[in-house]
Design a protein around this ligand. Structure first.
Ligand code: NAD
Ligand code: ADE
Length: 416
């Protein structure tokens, strides 16, 4: 098997500097790297990773290798790879199969290379690796000690496998750790989505009507940060409780049908398909911008856009102009794929620090509990979540209080 495949090895020097930059902003992962570097707890283990190949993923990979693991890495989106990072990792001995702009076929070929390595432990972002293992490589999947899942969409897919009684190994839903979704999904995506839209378009956000579809953790973060930029934010939802929460958080809430007529920028963050369809596109204003921050490129129906458009051209990097029959122009960013990872660099390192500290600790937990766990979707242990939060606070130089013995007693008793 080829030991790696990347775009251009001459980018390795640039990649190494970017990795150094990320390491400086990921103190929790670096602390964990140092803590177990002598013990090498993953020596003799092959790890299969399908993650966005970014500088932050590079820091995680270097950490797992410092713990003795052999790492096989493929990207979790065909357009999110940072080629300099892929090159740097390849020169360091990582089996990386990733380049920006892969076709769908090449994307699944890369996942296939990771599977062929017969990993002991697997890490996925979005569920394509887990799905491949359960669909096309059952014999390999049966031997896997355990896996982790980074994002909401992947966890949803794994729970469906579990419900059908088909899950073949234990999985830790890293996404569902408090120190993951409260920060990564909310503040990470909030900031990096604004970053992606600005890098792609350089439009002024102040005064624009920005429509956010979905008021989950990602949608909340985007709505909050867009408001911070002076945008007039509209939220669309299907869940009445979340819709009500958005109203009381001070956002306008309405159906997509109504929002379509007045929005300047549309951002999907639902994990669902066909949230923006032809019927909405036909109502939009000339010049409306469409972007997606959900995991898959199914939230904005690109097929509908292609069908109703009479002309298509690339007007800027990551901006495709579609002209409809009536002459109206709609602008799709990043081909409807995760705008924050395609047009920008994904979440800032400081946020990925917590997500990837959880990934690293979850892998150790799976390895230490090999054979003791059921093929189920598990939550991150509470102690791990607290350990990550404490380490992050310490790295930020923030002290918190501790309960006095009297306070502990008071909180634990019914008799006041
Ligand atoms: P979530 O479950 O917390 O929120 C999704 C929300 O969308 C829910 O409130 C749901 O009611 C709503 N929704 C579903 N269908 C809808 C529809 N048709 N119209 C309007 N609202 C609808 O999930 P989340 O953690 O916010 O994640 C959302 C997506 O973002 C997932 O695909 C996740 O994997 C992805 N994600 C992306 C990044 C990134 O870097 N871009 C980071 C984290 C998560
Ligand atoms: N998902 C979102 N941002 C990311 C990043 N910077 N690295 C890896 N995965 C990500």
């Amino acid at each position: 098997m080829e030991s790696f495949k990347v775009r251009d090895l001459s980018l390795a020097g640039e990649g190494k500097k970017n990795l150094e930059w990320a390491e400086m902003h990921m103190p929790v992962v670096m602390l964990l790297r140092r803590r177990y570097a002598d013990q090498k707890p993953l020596k003799g283990y092959r790890l299969g990773l399908v993650l966005h190949v970014t500088k932050e993923t590079g820091v995680l990979v270097r950490t797992l290798r410092a713990w003795g693991a052999e790492v096989y890495l493929a990207p979790s989106n065909p357009l999110s790879t940072q080629d300099d990072i892929a090159a740097a990792l390849a020169t360091e001995g990582v089996h990386v199969y990733a380049w920006r702009g892969m076709t769908e076929e090449e994307y699944f070929w890369a996942i296939g290379r990771v599977v062929e390595a017969e990993p002991h432990l697997v890490v996925d972002d979005g569920g394509d690796l887990h799905a491949y293992l359960h669909d096309k490589a059952v014999d390999i999947a049966k031997k896997i000690i355990g896996g982790t899942e980074e994002t909401t969409t992947g966890v949803i897919r794994l729970r469906a496998l579990e419900r059908e009684g088909r899950l073949l190994y234990p999985v830790i839903a890293v996404n569902d750790a408090y120190t993951k979704y409260l920060f990564d999904n909310r503040y990470g995506t909030g900031q990096s989505t604004v970053d992606g839209i600005l890098r792609a378009t350089n439009i002024l956000l102040a005064g624009k009507r920005v429509v956010v579809a979905g008021y989950g953790w990602v949608g909340r973060g985007i709505a909050l940060r867009m408001r911070g930029m002076g945008a007039r934010v509209i939220v669309t939802e299907v869940d009445p409780i979340r819709a009500l929460e958005a109203v009381m958080d001070g956002f306008e809430v309405m159906s997509m049908d109504e929002a379509a007529k007045i929005g300047d920028v549309f951002i999907t963050a639902t994990g669902n398909r066909d949230v923006i369809r032809a019927e909405h596109m036909e109502k939009m204003k000339d010049g409306a911008i469409l972007a997606n921050s959900g995991h898959f490129n199914v939230e904005i129906s690109v097929a509908d856009l292609e069908r109703i458009a009479v002309r298509k051209r690339q007007i800027r990097r990551y901006v495709t102009e579609y002209t409809l029959k009536d002459g109206k122009r709609l602008y799709l960013l990043a081909e409807g794929r995760l705008v924050n990872l395609v047009a920008a660099e994904g979440h800032p390192s400081e946020v990925m620090d917590m997500s990837f500290a959880n990934q690293a600790l979850s892998l150790l937990y799976l390895k230490d509990n090999a054979g003791k766990l059921q093929p189920k979707v598990y939550r991150v242990p509470r102690e791990q979540d607290e350990e990550v939060a404490r380490a992050k606070l310490e790295a930020m130089g923030i002290n918190i209080d501790t309960l006095t013995p009297e306070q502990k007693k008071y909180l634990g008793s019914w008799k006041l």
